[in-house]
Design a protein around this ligand. Sequence first.
Ligand SMILES: C[S@@+](CC[C@H](N)C(=O)[O-])C[C@H]1O[C@@H](n2cnc3c(N)ncnc32)[C@H](O)[C@@H]1O
Length: 272
Amino acid sequence: MHSLANSLRKRLYSVLASPCKAQKQWGRPYWQECAGFRDISCLSCPKFDERREECSVPFGTPIRKCVVASIEAHLHDAKGISALELGFGRFSLGKKLIERSGGIWTGVEPHQPKEKRPQIGQGCYGHTASIPFADQTFDLVFGIQTFEHWGQKCAGAAREASSYKKCLDEVLRVLKPGGSIYFDAPIHLHGHEMFIMGDIPRILSYFPVQSWCNLKQERWRYHYHPLERFVPCASHFVEWREEISSYSKEEVEKITTEPIWLFSISAEKCAA
Ligand SMILES: C[S@@+](CC[C@H](N)C(=O)[O-])C[C@H]1O[C@@H](n2cnc3c(N)ncnc32)[C@H](O)[C@@H]1O
């Protein structure tokens, strides 16, 4: 998936990404309500190409295709909004859509050089447990495929594992009252053990109702038919052994054959 052709397709896709096109595709309900989730099955996803029986996102793993779709669904209308992206990495489709739809994008990333000082409208060094901006600065805080890594034990050289409580307190602090969040993360793939295990109640416990309202959770690719089943492989299991400590062997065994899906959460900071 990291071939030159794949990265060229990704670049071209982001050059052509358009808020108007996204509004046409995602501006109406694109989910089915099911057991408290908004389910986006592959078959009824606006990105499904019926004629070819494939996903029309032309690059990435099956989960990255869902990530692209979800970004377009959630971040295409940012007129007049100041948005902060946590863990933007090297490529941000969210940034393109936010700026093209009239918003201001700012980013924080632990792999940026420490000299990159915080500045609105720029990408800078920083991480979620200590966001380098003042209280009530942003209308929107979002993170693409980063949420699952904040509390990961094997966090890498750039930072230490953080507490989710501390991270989400920081997110609340920099959000304006009524401001919103959007985070997505793969389930049964990698990261902190609660994401590997798909322990949704544990993830949701970090979003108490006193602080967050209008909480919505989505499941992308939970129903993957007629597309392929996408499952974890041996290299993931090595990481799982290091990350998972609070679940029994039997519980872990059970999920080794479960298909990977994308979880997304959006909510608003309660006004008072
Ligand atoms: C899988 S990459 C995703 C990058 C990018 N958002 C994307 O979708 O391509 C995860 C990113 O999260 C960042 N990250 C990890 N822990 C973080 C933290 N505590 N706060 C902010 N970013 C973090 C990593 O440095 C990395 O760039």
